[in-house]
Design a protein around this ligand. Structure first.
Ligand SMILES: Cc1cc2nc3c(=O)[nH]c(=O)nc-3n(C[C@H](O)[C@H](O)[C@H](O)COP(=O)(O)O)c2cc1C
Length: 232
């Protein structure tokens, strides 16, 4: 199995250890590529919109974004591991998600995303992991991923891994490894789910309607034409 991991922090702390525990049962026989943010994408989206109207290859940050996007496309399982900051995902995760908007279904989706599985691992000192998970899950859904699992850890005892009690760390390890083991039994390719199917049908109608009114198709609609998903 090919796994791409997006780490939402460079700190080798709780997020790092939780992610490491998750990968443990999957390491054997897997090819794993990891990205650490912000090191591997140290820029915010500038809002130039070049990706939407010309090409994502011309994005001023393409040298950083493309290796991450290509690794995601090439993998069976995409893992996001992030701490909760201000009840949401970290800013560096959001910066990556912003750069990937061009591949949302309203723009230029890649059908390879339809068979991916994804896992979102978050941790917080308290119990509120939902906001951070939603930030990522929303993007993954619009990118076309159907099978998305979320696991949120409430650390409760503190924010430093080596200061957590052995009992708490064991409890976290059990939960995380149980989820990881699922990916040893399910088929590597996921089936396209109802929500993603509906979004695709809806956006297809939208692109079809738009292209009829265009003298020269926009980059987005030309892409849909080239894919054979809509007609002129
Ligand atoms: C800037 C910052 C903001 C945080 N915001 C929250 C928060 O809103 N809610 C929460 O429960 N924990 C919050 N935390 C704790 C983190 O979610 C996380 O549990 C902690 O940083 C340990 O993970 P790490 O070792 O990977 O950094 C915050 C931590 C930092 C550094």
């Amino acid at each position: 199995m090919k796994i791409t991991v997006i780490n939402g922090t460079e700190v080798r702390g709780c997020t790092y250890h939780i992610k490491k525990l998750f990968l443990e049962p999957l390491r054997e026989g897997s090819e794993i590529i990891e990205f650490y943010l912000p090191k591997d994408l140290p820029h915010f989206c500038r809002g130039c919109k070049t990706c939407f109207f010309k090409s994502e290859l011309l994005c001023p940050h393409a040298d950083y974004v493309l290796p991450i996007w290509n690794a995601m496309l090439d993998s069976d399982l995409i893992v996001f591991a992030t701490p909760v900051y201000a009840l949401r995902a970290t800013g560096q995760i959001k910066a990556l998600l912003d750069h990937l908007c061009v591949h949302w279904m309203v723009h230029r989706p890649d059908e390879r995303m339809f068979s991916k599985r994804a896992v979102i691992l978050t941790n917080a000192i308290g119990v509120f992991n939902g906001g951070a998970q939603r930030d990522i899950a929303t993007s993954l859904m619009w990118l076309g991923v159907s099978d998305i699992r979320r696991l949120g850890v409430g650390l409760m005892e503190g924010v430093f891994w080596d200061k957590l009690s052995g009992k708490r760390r064991d409890k976290i390890a059990r939960k995380v490894k149980k989820l990881a083991k699922r990916y040893k039994t399910v088929p590597t390719a996921a089936r396209r789910g109802l929500k993603v199917g509906l979004l695709f049908a809806f956006t297809k109608k939208m692109h079809q309607a738009l292209v009829r009114g265009e003298e020269t198709p926009s980059a987005d609609n030309q892409y849909w034409l080239d894919k054979g998903w809509i007609k002129r």
